[in-house]
Design a binder for this molecule. Structure first.
Ligand SMILES: NC(=O)c1ccc[n+]([C@@H]2O[C@H](COP(=O)([O-])OP(=O)(O)OC[C@H]3O[C@@H](n4cnc5c(N)ncnc54)[C@H](O)[C@@H]3O)[C@@H](O)[C@H]2O)c1
Ligand SMILES: [Zn+2]
Length: 698
């Protein structure tokens, strides 16, 4: 795993040091008050590392207001004293640093740490929730660690923090308040609808929301507990018992009281008996990070046993028995320079953000998705805005929100196109995603290249350049024209010799034999990608059946709901002349191995049967493929693997969940394998899987 990506800020003289301290304290105060810091975390941490480096060289110049060594950088105060200090955490950034930390902990307590607990480091803010006789009476922020702010007004708006515990106990629960991605999107939608500025990121949104006292609206947040301790009023017997429990036992106890903990997530807290086990778990959590519905900025490792914790003790800023293993930052602030509107192969007009290049976790980011025009309006994005950009794993970078408090007033509204930016035709704005009225004919080259692609008609020799040539020469104006191409026409093109012409014609002829699922996919009907096309083709078995289906019948295919069904039916009706010409050209319109739905079945109308044949070695199974395939499966693309799964009676899926029955994990499998292990889903190697479906392999 990579360590720090950004070096410390370099401070060269006392004046620069004083300025850096002032900047850091200001940023920190804004950060804890409501996330309106001008700096992203990476820049803040860099600044503080620079301050610490200067102080190490010039201890005599240390300014009393310096953020180093203090909870919350010394920028926050409170008036409700904590019974036990609420501290921050020290950091490590690599396996080596972590190992060194465990060694120093062992020296301190006089023996190796018996057991560790390993939990995600939730990226929200810490609160203490005081329960008296099982009732939530008071909610307090961390503040400066010794006293926090009373935010009891937020009681009732935080999921996972019940007003009433399952038992009438008097205890203090500590944990993190955060917003899930969905809660964050919702919060900003509600805020902008009320004329308020959006929050820059989920962390700032929860800080700002928690502290806001009088608002016309409430937005939900989520709580995860990671501490349980006695407080004044706690029964003596319970106090003694809690004091002796291991961290993992406390978490189990909190859960039985009804408190939400990470046990409900894909990254539950676990215990580990060795450094190796801890590091393996760190890797697993890191691999799952991009898929989590909430932000984490590291992994927290604690000595699990109470005796070990007591022996280690705490410093003024952080406990000595716990450490944060930090992960690289996934968020940076940069500027939104421009919005491009690109027309895709189905005629969808999608906005894309052009950013001032910014480095996030080793990659330079210049573009981010913006989904659709409504998304821009909802978040009140403007050109020239500073924006919080998020990028984790292989997921396409996204703009989280504008950093509204950095606005200068020079920002400009984002202009939406009034006509298709590609062909000038009108725009159909009836759905969230806008579409050129010319549909797939608008970007014919993209539509045809897609149709000829490996996972659709698989026409070798018909790459992008060749398609451009055919379209420019006026030889092809739609998919059916491909099948009418003559030898003479092709020979007339530049760089087309006899051999390549014959090869291309043969490839086009072969494409006529592709299964219906691929032909359907090649048509590029909105909402029918590869797997949906396979489900439709398997359910209906023939193109005639598909075309005969009304919206209600279409909904019998799994995954097609009331919204998608009518649009698919309408688009297929639009495509009727094209489909007729494909049929006339001899293109196959049946799905091998699929049987059409029986008429009774069509009347019973209950959902998802028929999506796969009843039998087959994978009947009733949901299968996910990850990593590189080897052995008999080596040559199969991911799409072909999914086709194979469905031919074998199973259902293919791209993400692992509790519903997954089998994960085929090849070399290099990462987060999906980890998740399968977490959920206890059965794993198979490519060879084991090949044996399972041997009858279908040729
Ligand atoms: N952008 C800015 O201007 C700015 C300013 C100040 C601080 N910061 C950021 O804040 C961070 C430092 O803040 P900090 O002092 O709050 O420390 P921290 O967030 O790095 O670590 C301590 C906190 O971790 C949290 N935590 C999450 N999961 C936990 C778990 N399972 N067990 C225990 N604790 C858990 C708790 O809230 C605890 O208080 C840095 O990442 C820094 O970049 C940013
Ligand atoms: Zn167009």
């Amino acid at each position: 795993m990579r360590g720090m990506t950004t070096p410390a800020a370099v401070i060269t003289d006392a004046a620069a040091y004083a300025q850096a301290v002032e900047d850091a304290v200001k940023a920190s105060a804004a950060y804890y008050a409501g996330g309106s810091s001008p700096l992203d975390d990476d820049s803040y941490d860099r600044l503080v590392r620079g301050i610490a480096a200067w102080e190490a060289e010039h201890p005599e110049q240390l300014l009393p207001e310096s953020p180093t060594g203090k909870v919350a950088g010394g920028a926050v105060e409170g008036d409700v004293p904590h019974t036990v200090a609420m501290l921050s955490l020290d950091n490590v950034f690599s396996p080596e640093e972590f190992t060194a930390w465990t060694a120093s902990l062992a020296r301190r307590i006089g023996h190796e740490t018996e057991r560790f607990s390993v939990e995600p480091k939730l990226d929200g803010l810490a609160v203490a929730a005081r329960y008296t006789d099982g009732r939530l009476r008071q909610l307090i922020t961390r503040g400066d660690g010794t006293a926090g702010e009373d935010v009891s007004h937020a009681i009732g708006t935080i999921e996972g923090l019940p007003g009433q515990l399952g038992e009438p106990v008097t205890v203090e629960v500590r944990g993190e308040v955060l917003m899930t991605t969905a809660q964050f999107e919702h919060a900003n939608e509600v805020r902008t609808a009320h004329g308020a500025q959006p929050f820059a990121n989920p962390r700032g949104a929860s800080a700002g929301t928690l502290r806001a006292k009088e608002r016309a609206y409430t937005v939900p947040m989520t709580f995860f507990g990671y501490g349980l301790l006695p407080m004044p009023g706690t029964e003596a017997e319970l106090a003694t018992r809690l004091g002796g429990l291991a961290h993992s036992e406390l978490m189990a106890q909190a859960a039985t009281y009804g408190i939400n903990t990470t046990a409900t997530t894909a990254v539950p807290g676990v215990t580990a008996d060795s450094v190796e086990q801890v590091l393996a778990r760190v890797q697993e959590i890191a691999a799952l990070r991009a898929e989590l519905p909430f932000g984490i900025d590291g992994i927290v490792i604690k000595a699990d046993l109470a005796a070990d914790q007591q022996a280690a003790g705490s410093g003024t800023r952080a406990p000595r028995w716990a450490i944060a293993y930090k992960l690289p930052a996934v968020e940076k602030i940069t500027r939104l320079l421009e919005v491009e509107w690109n027309v895709g192969r189905t005629g969808i007009i999608a906005p894309r953000a052009v950013l001032e290049p910014v480095e996030i976790d080793g990659a330079t980011i210049t573009y981010a998705t913006l989904h659709n025009p409504a998304d821009i309006t909802r978040r009140d994005l403007r050109l020239g805005d500073h924006v919080m950009v998020h990028r984790a794993g292989d997921v396409i970078p996204r703009i989280e929100a504008p950093v509204a408090h950095l606005r200068t007033g020079d920002e400009q509204p984002i202009a939406f196109p009034e006509t298709c930016p590609r062909c000038g035709a009108g725009i159909d704005t009836s759905e969230q995603r806008w579409r050129c009225e010319n549909g797939r004919n608008c970007h014919l080259v993209a539509a045809l290249s897609y149709a000829a692609g490996r996972d659709q008609l698989d026409i070798e020799g018909l790459g992008h350049t060749r398609v451009v040539q055919l379209v420019d020469a006026g030889l092809v104006a739609d998919l059916a024209d491909l099948f009418a191409l003559t030898r003479e026409q092709l020979l007339g093109l530049e760089r087309m010799g006899e051999t390549s012409t014959d090869n291309l014609l043969a490839a086009i002829a072969a494409a006529k034999g592709q299964p219906l699922s691929r032909v359907l996919c090649a048509l590029g009907v909105r909402g029918t990608g590869r797997s949906m096309s396979r489900r439709i083709a398997r359910y209906f078995a023939t193109m005639d059946n598909i075309r005969a289906a009304d919206a209600e019948t279409m909904q019998r295919v799994e995954g097609i709901g009331t919204e998608k069904a009518p649009s698919i039916v309408a688009e297929l009706a639009e495509l009727a002349p094209l489909i007729d010409r494909l049929v006339a050209a001899g293109v196959n319109m049946t799905e091998p191995g699929a049987t059409p739905p029986a008429p009774e079945d069509a009347e019973s109308g209950d959902g998802d049967e028929g999506a796969a044949p009843a039998g087959g070695p994978l009947a009733g199974m949901t299968v996910v493929v990850t990593g590189a395939m080897t052995g008999p499966l080596e040559k199969l693309s991911r799409n072909q693997m999914n086709e194979l799964i469905e031919r074998a009676g199973g259902r293919s899926s791209s993400s692992v969940s509790k519903k997954t029955t089998l994960v085929v994990a090849g070399e290099g499998a990462g987060s999906k394998r980890a998740k399968a292990e977490d959920l206890g889903v059965r794993l198979a190697t490519p060879d084991e899987f090949a044996a399972l479906v041997a009858d279908l392999l040729d």
